[in-house]
Design a protein around this ligand. Structure first.
Ligand code: SF4
Length: 498
């Protein structure tokens, strides 16, 4: 493990908790960067814990910060709280317990199902606001006094109030502060290149909850690459849409020149837009040792992609695969969703035609399709949409698997049952909170959800069936950077196509 900065310490004991195993914690750039802020902050003694590395005693802790990246991360939160003997509900914790708070993409999108566990939450970009929070925390006032001060900060949500999301302009580049061979991305120096995406596909939280699209200056990214190369040869560029950086080509040229001069660099790029793939991008990835890559086509047909704003044509997909093959990749994974609202048999047929063409035009090239089922997400234009029935999705999955196998193409599918529960978690309000505890107590598997629902008799129909556009939504209290009216108009535009 190599720490790329000098720690500070202090009397205030802050635990930075990751609600999953340490390998995932070490690969989560947002979490690790906030840990670095705390670990270098004067007056703060910051400790990292995860579900498999939990060496603290809550009696010596002043506060615990959680970062939730995935909907099911709440299970890890409850596990850590239980192991530290901390009551789950904030209302059951007096001043003798640490202050417990959370942030991360799940909280920013819809904190309602989880808010009863926390004293306060961070919505939006954490890095700047986190320093202000640490300053208030270490003043060592009472819980009530601290919460009162925190409530004045943009981006801090004290349950049952309203909140503006925090949005920062990107200045100092965020990169992996601790390199580790135990990380899921072993010894990889990850550099954030851009945040959000201009494209605004109607289902995409990475775009809608990170508006506006922002990027770091070219010179600062280059400096970060140089820093990373002093410690490792594995460099990864991160962003919802890395290739949308206005200097993306120059950044690649910089890395390419280094490789050409004999420096061994393994390059990873988190997301490649299918219509932005060029021979040069693929060649640099291949020079950097990459054998396979992934492109996202998102939906089965051009019609669906058009109304989702993805606007990706069949010939662009075929061209991207051809470029990938001709420039040295061994294979490509193609990601798509099924169960997009109003998807029809013709859309699936069109998809199979495309798969056939891809196979015929790229003999010997390893193609794999990977599918998830559509999960409607808060704060996007499809936040009101209905979720397709699980049985119908499973039927589609079987059909696609069979038809793709006939073409000699392998395929993978996310579990429609788990995606169903992801939808419930994404679009519920605080009435679901007791169910989360019940599920956790019963092991967190699919069966636990079913039995908890039966036992507690909680109505989850809205989360599955969708909302009317004139209804109040559980996450309406969040003042985001895009108005509800805009989302509504976009939803109406989409519905018109169908
Ligand atoms: S292009 Fe990708 S990251 Fe951008 S909005 Fe669409 S799905 Fe999201």
């Amino acid at each position: 493990m190599k720490k790329l900065y000098n720690s500070n310490t202090g009397e205030y004991n802050l635990v930075m908790a990751y609600p999953a195993i340490e390998a995932f914690a070490l690969s989560s750039l947002g979490y690790m960067w906030l840990y670095k802020i705390a670990d270098t902050f004067s007056g703060i003694n910051a400790v990292r814990v995860s579900t498999d590395k939990l060496y603290v005693n809550s009696q010596n802790v002043d506060s615990i910060a959680f970062s939730l990246s995935f909907d099911f991360d709440y299970l890890g939160v409850l596990e850590i709280m239980e192991k530290l003997k901390i009551p789950f509900y904030s209302k059951e914790r007096d001043d003798s317990y640490p202050l417990i708070f959370a942030g991360g993409p799940v909280i920013t999108t819809n904190p309602k199902p989880y808010e009863a566990f926390f004293d306060f939450l961070i919505l939006g970009d954490g890095e700047v606001i986190f320093e202000k929070i640490l300053t208030i925390l270490k003043s060592k006032k009472t819980k009530q006094e601290i919460l009162k001060e925190l409530s004045t900060l943009e981006g801090v949500y004290i349950p049952n109030s309203s909140v503006n999301k925090a949005t920062v302009s990107l200045d100092n580049v965020i990169y992996t502060p601790i390199l580790s061979e135990n990380s899921y991305f072993k010894d990889t120096f990850i550099i954030e290149v851009a945040r959000g995406c201009m494209n605004r596909c109607s289902f995409c939280t990475a775009s809608y909850t990170n508006l506006p699209f922002r990027h770091y200056e070219y010179e600062k990214i280059i400096k970060a690459i140089d820093l990373g190369l002093k410690h490792t040869n594995k460099i990864a560029l991160l962003g919802a849409q890395v290739s949308a950086h206005p200097d993306f080509e120059r950044i690649l040229d910089y890395i390419d020149n280094k490789i050409e001069s004999g420096i061994n660099i393994e390059l990873g790029i988190s997301s490649l837009r299918t219509d932005a793939i060029t021979p040069k991008i693929i060649q640099i990835l291949v020079k950097g040792g990459q054998k396979h890559s992934t492109i996202a086509i998102e939906a089965a047909s051009e019609r669906l992609r058009k109304f989702l704003n993805k606007n990706l044509k069949e010939e662009q997909i075929l061209k991207a695969v051809k470029i990938a093959r001709e420039n040295g990749l061994k294979g490509l994974k193609i990601y798509s969703m099924i169960g997009i609202p109003f998807e029809q048999d013709d859309d699936i047929k069109e998809f199979l035609n495309l798969a056939k063409k891809i196979k015929e035009q790229n003999k010997g090239f390893n193609i794999e399709f990977s599918f998830s089922s559509f999960v409607p997400k808060p704060q996007t234009p499809l936040q009101w949409a209905k979720r397709e029935d699980t049985k119908s999705l499973e039927k589609k999955q079987k059909f696609l698997e069979k038809e793709l196998a006939k073409l000699g193409i392998s395929s993978k599918f996310s579990s429609a049952k788990w995606d169903y529960w992801q939808t419930v978690l994404s679009r519920s309000d605080d009435r679901i909170t007791p169910l989360l505890i019940e599920v956790y107590k019963n092991g967190g598997k699919i069966g636990a959800y079913k039995s908890a629902l039966k036992k507690l008799n909680i109505d989850i129909s809205k989360a599955i069936e969708g909302y009317q556009t004139d209804e109040e939504l559980p996450w309406d209290f969040i003042q985001s950077n895009i108005s509800k009216l805009h989302l509504k108009n976009e939803y109406k535009r989409i519905s018109k196509y169908l």
